[in-house]
Design a binder for this molecule. Structure first.
Ligand code: FEO
Ligand code: CA
Ligand code: CA
Length: 629
């Protein structure tokens, strides 16, 4: 981590600060363990040809070894280190919306510089964009977009060093996060936001929500303000996203722990609450100082409030008056995104990663069946939550989290899903970020972004994190993407086969496992895969949130970027690069699939247009208006 000024830290970096990296890595053991993983370095090839054998006529090449023509409709671009966006020849990009831009006329002139005002901070586009999805509704194009966390250094007056000085400061930070729903339209001059559209809406840390599902109403969810344990305020640290078949948006609460602190460091908690705080990283010291002026975030006064976040939240983007719903059936952890699939029989399957070093990959399967136009109640709550167990022979199984496998009751399994997953013997992973499922093949992918603790120290629950099949490198600095194919091509099945689609690395620096897998080369170097979506043609779009120093281990990687991967051959090429300092995260398409919308989070310098750097959504098109996904 380069910057240790706490006021500039992301929630993720805040965790880094609290778990500093060890000085030494055992590289010899890394090589030995990774290379001894049978089938691993060749896994791309073995699994790729298997995918071809599944019979998707859409996917061109059938041999990973064959030097066939690339399936990609663009010329890959080189790594970049400058302060702007680059796309391939024949493509163009524009900024659609920037942090602080008004969603409503009353917020015209809202100025983010010098710590903008609290007034109207809930009527502008929020900061630090992340997951997003588009929706078509009665001729309107809507887009829902997450705002993960605020840059406290910029949002608060400079003299305050990122620490709130009053309740208004806290309220402003709370307003600039959460979710934006807005209407967009394509005009002869490009894409624009429809200001004052009745669909425009900001959902933030004080928006009323419902809590539903098996854990709703449990004592651990009750507070003085909500003695029923069924209503809460706000959604926070909204990271990745998902979309249901019935047209609602799923926003995923990730690093919620940092929003809570305690005014009484010696406060005591019941053993269950204390164990949960330890496993989920809730400490007396908060990341953002909310508890100084908002007692809801003071755990010595409201010890159950942290149990009311860490969920997946469903939002109806077509009804600006709808109440968002927290689904306890999907478990509580640091949710990255929610990849929704239909099982063969119509049951709902949701894949979810818990982005923490040595935590787990989960799957929910509903009891009920989805029928278009039918009642969807319970489809994200009534069912079974599973944790993934990967075997070294490249098979795997989904272990149900039940009283029998965990020794816990149903509600506590969901509220403390991490503890339940440990009890059930899941496989500790290298920080599961986005899961993406393929619309053309019965397979799913998960970005395992990196894990400096792999083989170095156990997770917060004390689980062993020695190298294992899908996480084969100690002190993993580059990350990898694991892929699995469910038995019988049915995502509801409890067994699967897995391989590694790619192991990022640097073959120009290393000749051991840190060189990466065979499909990593000098022309496509990247690290820390994070965001991921698979388009309607099966192309795997990979976004990165990694080291962009472009030096040493990361020489030639350049700025964070978006790459495109062929699921059959394993070929990966660079499509887009972001401005230096940024993370590229969030991807969705217009209804006609002639525009892709991409999120640029926390850009450095003064992107996009001079002055204060602003996270933004960009629209990318082919100049000939061809399909882009
Ligand atoms: Fe918000 Fe794990 O990324
Ligand atoms: Ca992410
Ligand atoms: Ca990340």
């Amino acid at each position: 981590m380069k910057d240790v000024d706490p006021a500039t830290l992301s929630a993720d970096d805040w965790d880094e600060l609290h778990f500093p990296r060890p000085d030494e890595n055992d590289f010899d053991r890394v090589v030995e363990s990774a290379l001894s993983r049978r089938g691993f370095l060749g896994g791309v090839l073995a699994f790729g040809s298997g995918a071809a054998a599944m019979g998707s006529g859409l996917l061109g090449s059938t041999s990973a070894h064959a030097q066939t023509a690339s399936r990609f409709a663009f010329t890959p671009i080189a790594a970049q280190t400058d302060g702007t966006v680059h796309v391939p020849e024949g493509y163009e990009w524009q900024v659609l919306m920037r942090w602080g831009d008004p969603l409503f006329s009353e917020a015209d002139g809202y100025d983010i510089t010098d710590g903008g005002p609290v007034e109207n901070s809930d009527k502008v586009f929020g900061e630090n964009t992340d997951g997003m999805e588009t929706f078509s509704f009665q001729g309107h194009q809507l887009i829902a977009i997450n705002h993960e966390y605020p840059n406290r250094k910029i949002n608060l007056p400079a003299a305050q060093e990122g620490v709130p000085a009053n309740a208004d400061d806290v309220r402003k930070l709370q307003n600039l996060q959460g979710v934006t729903v807005m209407e967009i339209a394509e005009t002869p001059d490009g894409w624009t936001v429809v200001k004052d559209s009745p669909f425009n809406r900001r959902i933030h840390h004080n928006t009323p929500m419902k809590i539903v599902g098996p854990a709703a109403g449990h004592d651990l969810l009750k507070t003085e303000a909500d003695p029923t344990g069924t209503t809460s305020l706000g959604t926070m640290n909204n990271c990745g996203s998902g979309k249901t078949p019935w047209g609602t948006y799923l926003t995923c609460e990730e690093n919620f722990n940092g929003y809570f602190g305690s005014s009484n460091e010696s406060a005591t908690y019941t053993p269950k609450v204390a164990d949960g705080f330890k496993r989920y990283g809730i400490k007396a010291e908060s990341w953002n100082g909310y508890e100084l002026f908002d007692p809801r975030f003071d755990t010595s006064k409201n010890p159950n409030e942290p149990h009311r976040v860490g969920w997946v939240v469903e939002i109806d983007p077509t009804d600006p008056n709808s109440t968002p719903v927290k689904h306890t059936g999907l478990g509580r952890f640091k949710h990255e995104n929610a990849a929704v699939e239909l099982a063969k029989d119509g049951r709902i399957v949701v894949y979810m990663g818990d982005d923490e070093r040595g935590e787990y990959l989960y799957k929910f399967v509903s009891n009920g069946v989805y029928t278009p136009g039918g009642d969807t109640e319970g489809l994200l709550d009534d069912g079974t939550l599973y944790v993934a167990k990967f075997n070294d022979d490249m098979s795997g199984e989904w272990v149900p989290l039940t009283p029998e496998t965990t020794g816990m009751d149903e509600a506590e399994i969901l509220i403390f899903a991490r503890i339940a997953a440990s009890e059930a013997g899941g496989t500790t992973m290298d920080r599961p970020e986005w899961v993406a499922t393929s619309p053309v093949l019965a397979e799913a992918y998960c970005c395992l972004t990196n894990n400096k603790n792999r083989g170095v120290k156990p997770n917060a629950g004390g689980d062993d994190t020695s190298v294992n099949g899908p996480n084969p490198r100690e002190a993993n600095k580059y990350g990898q993407i694991v892929r699995w194919r469910p038995a019988n091509q049915d995502h509801a099945e409890t067994s699967f086969q897995w391989d590694l689609y790619v192991m990022a690395g640097n073959p120009t620096v290393h000749s051991d496992a840190y060189a990466g897998s065979e499909n990593v080369n000098e022309g496509n170097l990247f690290n820390s895969p994070d965001g991921m979506m698979i388009d309607s043609t099966g192309v795997v779009w990979i976004q990165t949130d990694g080291n962009d120093d472009n030096e040493g281990d990361f020489a030639g990687h350049g700025n964070n970027q978006m790459l495109a991967g062929d699921p059959i051959t394993g070929e990966i090429v660079r499509f887009m690069t972001g401005p230096n300092g940024c993370e590229v995260t969030g991807l969705t398409w217009s209804a006609d699939r002639r525009t892709m919308f991409v999120g640029i989070q926390h850009p450095g310098g003064s992107w996009p247009d001079g002055g204060t750097p602003r996270s933004s959504i960009i629209a990318i098109k082919r100049k000939d208006n061809g399909l882009v996904g």
